[in-house]
Design a protein around this ligand. Structure first.
Ligand SMILES: Nc1ncnc2c1ncn2[C@@H]1O[C@H](COP(=O)(O)OP(=O)(O)O)[C@@H](O)[C@H]1O
Length: 182
């Protein structure tokens, strides 16, 4: 329950390349309270929280139980941004806000090409973005009132999205009896 936390847990999700890490980094800089950015994919690799590596798809099969065990203490304390392309794995009680980033598929294709993804992986992700896979997953895993879909196609989008999340953090603090004055 968020009542036990002194700071919120924010999930930023979206198809790879939609801008999760870029948003999370800017949010860390602009947040009125300290937030730790957890790039879950990097964590999985660094901490070896996977069962296997799939050569064909160039991706890891995550050991979800171990991942959740690692994250649980951080989620209980709060003050974290969970940055991952999937959100259903996290327990519903962890999340205070779930941001789903969206991007035009042509633009997304270019971003993933620049990243050096294989054609197969670009196609898979592009199709997932068109089919709204990540959005559907977030909507079926969390209450509608905490899921926010935001466009991430330009620097203006990035800045206004982060400003909006900062406002949300300030409101969260007020609701939890914490002053926004320092
Ligand atoms: N809103 C945006 N406006 C312009 N470029 C963006 C935006 N969001 C992401 N990008 C660019 O797209 C690429 C992928 O962004 P990244 O944050 O790594 O995505 P993700 O973490 O979702 O995989 C980066 O080069 C980043 O600079």
């Amino acid at each position: 329950m968020s009542d036990e936390r002194s700071a919120p847990v924010i999930i930023i999700t979206g198809t790879p390349g939609t801008g999760k890490s870029t948003h999370a980094q800017l949010l860390v800089d602009e947040s009125p309270i300290p937030l730790q950015h957890i790039n879950v994919g990097d964590w999985v690799k660094e901490k070896g929280l996977y069962e296997a590596y799939d050569e064909e798809w160039q991706s890891y099969t995550v050991d979800e139980d171990r991942l959740l065990d690692e994250l649980e203490p951080l989620a209980s304390t709060g003050g974290i941004i969970l940055d991952w392309h999937t959100s259903e794995v996290f327990p519903e009680r962890w999340a205070d806000l779930v941001v789903v980033l969206r991007c035009n598929h042509t633009l997304l294709w270019d971003r993933l090409e620049k990243r050096g993804y294989s054609l197969k992986k670009i196609q898979e992700n592009n199709e997932a973005e068109i089919m709204e896979v990540v959005l559907d997953e977030a909507r079926s895993s969390y209450p509608a009132e905490i899921v926010v879909e935001l466009r991430s196609e330009s620097t203006e989008d990035l800045e206004s999205n982060v400003a909006r999340i900062v406002q949300w953090i300030e409101a969260w603090r007020r609701d939890h009896g914490q002053s926004t004055e320092t």
